[in-house]
Write a protein that binds this ligand. Sequence first.
Ligand code: HEC
Length: 210
Amino acid sequence: MSDNFNTIAGWTLAAGIVALGSSLVMGQMFHHEPVTKDGYEIASAEGGESGGGGDKPIDWAEADPAKGEKVFAQCKACHTIEAGGANGTGPNLQGILGKSKAAVGGYTQYSDALKGKGGTWTFEDMDAWLKSPKKFADGTKMTFAGISNAEKRADLIAYINAQGSNLPLPAGAPAAAEGAEAADAAAGGNEAAAANAAAPADNAAAPAAK
Ligand code: HEC
């Protein structure tokens, strides 16, 4: 009997030591986890939307609200945009262009980061915001990686504008845009600029099919 008792006590002690040891190991694992997680989130924020056209200036004359409505599908999990639509995780976006930032009635979840930006939603600010919410308002509660493709952003913003704002789109007629590109491409001439302009359009089609 007492032999048995000692054996059981021995195993219990051993089990305790194993448990202690593994909890230390686990502790270290958990200690490291946030670092891995942060790394992943940053990677997904930067790389979430690949595809060409990231740094191209927006050509508003080419912006297509019908295409933008499809891009807006990415926003619907958190936003309504129709007049009188409910606030969700994010505020209702009816007529948001031209409105003061962080001022939608009845929406109480605004971050200090967005409230601190001030001013109204211009096309320029909206473009920067949708390219990278985090870069535009560091500390924002809008957990959305952003849309790196300038043409998709232009389509989306044209769609948003058509939902209650109806402001004139910024000047940026194709002629002016092509002129700027031709100047950039100095030696290359207009053909090179036109080829550059065509490439992102091809890329834009691929992510939209997702
Ligand atoms: C995961 C949820 C989520 C998604 C997806 C999302 N948003 Fe948001 N959005 C928010 C939240 C939350 C806020 C408030 C942010 C803050 O206060 O920092 C916000 C704020 C905004 C604002 C500012 C509103 C104001 O009153 O100033 C705009 C504009 C906006 N979102 C547009 C979009 C668009 C366009 C998309 C799709 C491309 C999108 N959002 C996707 C959650 C989301």
